[in-house]
Design a protein around this ligand. Structure first.
Ligand SMILES: Cc1cc2nc3c(=O)[nH]c(=O)nc-3n(C[C@H](O)[C@H](O)[C@H](O)COP(=O)(O)OP(=O)(O)OC[C@H]3O[C@@H](n4cnc5c(N)ncnc54)[C@H](O)[C@@H]3O)c2cc1C
Length: 418
């Protein structure tokens, strides 16, 4: 790839998550000079379970990080359990359409970071506070904890700063305009070992109306835990100590051994993710020389299982478009968005639909889910669902960041602001 037109071009990448790291790796591949700023004082390498689908693996291959990744699937049994300990064969993430590699977020972060050239500048505890742009570049004021704010000029600003992106707020407007609540909460952490009554390799699901527990097993380490529940008032969820609130949600009935151990783990884990599940819906992801990538732009939610894959694919394609249009950054960003949007729209729609498989809203929905899971194990019935499974698998496996990829359906009009 010709990188001669990119010499000396500086890009500010805001956020050292998977999307930010991947973007910086890709920008370096095409000869740019990325500078990364990260709000946290250090890398965030902790990990809950993530699935990496074909779209993400293809992008990871081009980014040079696939060799650092592997499928950690435990190949163990999957169970649907209840609080009394009764169990029946259940479904695991591997049974959903597609051929995901199972791993933790930390695995991807580590592989991405290892591919980041060591001379890429990273400034921790640093956030943007102002972004002004003109036709030639963008002036960004950066504030560092304990230091004086500085204003620097960049040829490109990439907001890879996650669900509640500051770049989005500074350039596109307030969160309320773009966040679409699912009215679900997610609590995720590492378990210290297998749940009582289970092997470390078992996947365990406890599903009740409005709340659920999932464990995700790996071949070579203890499982991770995901508790999910529905709420009518997301803001109120953050007003109480987290562990007490989670116990309240999963009460008042006796927990039983497995759920009890899971709640204990939430209380004692060093690193617990506790957050509302929101989608980001925007009618554009770029403006001039500023572009959003990953959760900042399109957070598809954990229910889609495609956030990591989409972040890697988006970063990869961004570099491709900038390389193809080296003298027209805004034009490259527009073309990038046009290519990516149909696939991301599909993933977002799917994320909303998949929510019910993770947390059924009512007993009827729960029974329907159980029946569906059982029916899908019968060859005759499963055959009826082949078109649905094929479509979902193709959504996740197709290499939509490849420059020659042709979207199967014409692009739909961009969704309006929420
Ligand atoms: C429980 C759970 C399970 C999931 N399961 C899956 C799955 O199976 N498959 C999958 O593909 N995806 C899954 N996801 C989603 C996936 O983890 C995310 O989509 C992905 O990690 C997003 O990466 P990102 O880099 O875009 O954003 P983030 O990981 O949010 O990174 C943003 C970075 O920006 C930094 N930052 C924020 N604000 C600022 C600021 N103002 N200035 C500087 N830095 C800032 C943050 O500290 C952070 O380091 C799951 C998510 C959760 C919560």
């Amino acid at each position: 790839m010709d990188t001669s037109d990119h010499g000396g071009r500086r890009a500010l990448v805001v956020g050292l998550g998977i999307s930010g790291i991947a973007t910086a790796v890709r920008l370096r591949q095409i000869g740019w000079t990325p500078v990364i700023v990260e709000r946290s004082p250090a890398r965030r390498s902790g990990g809950y379970f993530v699935a990496l689908f074909g779209a993400g693996r293809a992008a990871a291959g081009r980014l040079g990080i696939l060799d650092g990744l592997s499928d950690r699937d435990s190949d163990g049994a999957s169970y649907d359990i209840d609080r009394t300990g009764r169990r029946r064969p259940g479904w695991s993430f591997k049974d959903f359409p597609g051929r995901p590699w199972l791993m933790t977020r930390g695995d991807v972060e580590k592989a991405g970071f290892a591919a980041l050239p060591s001379d890429v500048e990273i400034r921790y505890a640093t956030v943007p506070t102002r972004i002004e742009q003109d036709a030639e570049g963008a002036d960004v004021t950066l504030a560092t904890a304990g230091g004086r704010p500085v204003t620097e000029r960049f040829d490109l600003v990439v907001g890879a700063d996650g669900l509640r992106s500051t770049v989005r707020r500074l350039v596109f407007g307030p969160d309320e305009r773009y966040l679409r609540p699912t009215n679900c909460m997610a609590v995720a952490c590492q378990l210290p070992g297998a749940l009582p009554g289970h092997k470390q390799s078992d996947g365990v699901v406890l599903m009740e109306p409005g709340r659920s527990m999932w464990t995700f097993p790996f071949e070579d380490r203890p499982p991770t835990l995901l508790l999910s529940y529905r709420t009518d008032d997301v803001a109120a969820e953050f007003t109480r100590p987290m562990a007490a609130r989670v116990r309240e949600v999963f009460g008042p009935e006796p927990t039983g051994r497995a759920l009890g151990a899971a709640l204990d783990a939430v209380e004692s884990a060093d690193d617990v993710l506790f957050d509302s599940v929101e989608q980001v819906r925007m009618d554009r992801w770029q403006r001039g020389r500023v572009v959003l990538v990953g959760d900042a732009a399109w957070c598809v939610t954990l229910y889609a299982g495609m956030g990591v894959s989409a972040g890697l694919a988006g970063a990869d394609l961004l570099g491709t478009m900038l390389a193809r249009h080296p003298r027209d950054v805004p034009g490259a960003l527009e073309r990038w968005e046009r290519r990516l949007r149909p696939a991301i729209d599909d993933l977002q729609d799917n994320g909303m639909r998949m929510r019910s498989l993770f947390i059924p809203i009512s007993r009827v929905e729960l029974l329907w889910r159980r029946a569906l899971m059982r029916l899908l194990k019968l060859p005759v019935i499963s055959w009826l669902f082949v078109p649905w499974q094929r479509r979902l698998a193709s959504l996740r496996e197709r290499d939509f960041a490849h420059p020659d990829f042709a979207h199967p359906a014409p692009a739909r009009p961009a969704p309006a602001h929420a």
